[in-house]
Write a protein that binds this ligand. Structure first.
Ligand code: NAG
Ligand code: NAG
Ligand code: NAG
Ligand code: NAG
Ligand code: NAG
Length: 349
């Protein structure tokens, strides 16, 4: 087998291990999500349960997919007052990073469809992380978010989360509704990530400085610590990176961050970098680096190189970036064209 095959097998394995690291840790905001997919539509019937459902076989919990009729809670009131204790739950079977939820009302299917003008107008969400038994509310600023949902049965309403939600199970509790509490739903899950990797020749393989609890630092016996962050993306023309660690001297002699140049005149194997100025240590002790992108780099994948020099005490724990790549502004949005919306967020730049 040629050497390059070994390399790519090792890379694949590494990527697989890293994804597991990512999905198994709760601190997930350090990773960039660069691609999304709909999750609900591809699940098995057994992955849905509910507090109860209407007796009609077309209105069960697994009928809540966007291309089916909808889940009709067994709530018998006419939505003239708030409802309590009714829910539908999805089990993704493993943790997923979720960027938002989309809801619709009852689909216009079946022979008497025009009699069933039904939708959920507000709801809240509880979630469960894998291996945990404690349900947690989706909150913002410490209070349960009451999501404003649909105003008719056919529009797709996106509620983008203000932060990525890491969850294995999610329960939706309708709170107010119109007609009856019938809904279809979809979660927007992250399926591709970009994150910094420790260069293998200088450190133990398989360490991503992303998604890791900053308290769990890695200490390398070999200095300098070298990292590669391939495919970093931002929509802005500058990005501030914060390096968390211990015994990091935050100056030009000890910290180097470079952005790979698009170098047409360079020799085949030559890589050149634009250096990012080191701004110094912030009040909370993080080393701040400011990278200014060229116009041609904004929204494009950028390869970053990071190097931290120091002594045997030097540790690097995490790298934060202020580059935000959300699927849209957090909060409620009407999605006019659902299929083309998904084409757009398959790759995020
Ligand atoms: C809904 O979409 C899924 C995924 O594309 C497909 O497998 C399923 O057959 C569809 N169901 C209906 C009722 O169209
Ligand atoms: C979530 O918030 C709702 C509404 O405020 C509350 O009724 C419910 O008990 C909360 N659930 C949890 C798990 O804290
Ligand atoms: C949370 O606080 C931020 C900043 O103060 C504010 O912009 C936002 O609207 C708040 N969110 C909610 C749901 O109150
Ligand atoms: C960067 O973007 C900001 C606003 O988005 C703009 O005001 C500024 O001039 C830009 N800087 C450069 C160097 O292009
Ligand atoms: C690199 O630069 C050349 C010439 O400026 C440009 O045509 C090309 O699109 C650039 N490639 C990338 C990946 O930015």
């Amino acid at each position: 087998m040629p050497a390059s095959n070994h390399v790519s097998t090792a890379k694949l394995l590494l990527a697989f291990l890293l994804i597991n690291v990512l999905l198994n840790t709760e601190v997930s905001s350090l990773c960039q999500c660069i691609g999304y997919e709909p999750l609900i539509i591809n699940l098995q019937d057994s992955q849905f349960i509910a507090s109860g459902s209407h007796s009609d076989p077309d209105l069960q919990s697994w009928c809540s997919k966007s291309n089916m009729t909808g889940w009709h809670g067994n709530y018998v009131g006419f939505c003239d007052e708030p409802i309590y204790g009714f829910w539908i739950e999805v089990d993704f079977l493993e943790n997923h990073m979720l960027a938002g939820i989309v809801t619709w009302g009852r689909a216009k299917t079946g022979s008497y469809w025009n009699q069933f003008d039904q939708y959920v107008t507000s709801f809240h969400l509880e979630f469960l992380v894998d291996k945990s038994t404690e349900w947690t509310n989706v909150t913002e600023n410490g209070t349960t978010v009451m999501f404003t949902a649909n105003t008719n049965r056919h529009d797709a309403i996106l509620n983008a989360f203000s932060e990525m939600l890491l969850a294995r199970k999610v329960r939706l509790y309708p709170f107010t509704c119109y007609g009856r509490a019938t809904l279809r739903w979809e979660f927007i899950g992250c399926n591709r990530f970009s994150y910094p990797l420790v260069k293998q020749s200088f450190a133990p393989p398989g360490l991503a400085l992303c998604g890791l609890d900053p308290r769990k630092c890695f200490r390398w016996s070999r200095i300098p610590i070298r990292m590669q962050w391939s495919g970093f993306r931002t929509r802005k023309n500058e990005t501030r990176l914060s390096l968390h660690g211990r015994s990091i001297t935050c100056d030009r002699r000890h910290v180097t961050v470079g952005m790979e140049k698009n170098c047409t005149q360079c020799a085949a194997n030559e890589v050149r970098y634009d250096l990012c100025p080191i701004e110094g240590t912030s009040e909370d002790g993080q080393c701040q680096v400011l990278c200014r992108m060229r116009e041609s780099q904004v929204g494009q994948p950028i390869n970053l190189m990071l190097m931290v020099n120091g002594n045997e005490n030097t540790e690097l724990c995490a790298i934060y970036s202020d580059a935000s790549l959300t699927i849209g502004t957090p909060g409620r949005t009407l999605i006019n064209d659902w299929p083309s919306f998904f084409e757009q967020i398959r790759d995020i730049y």
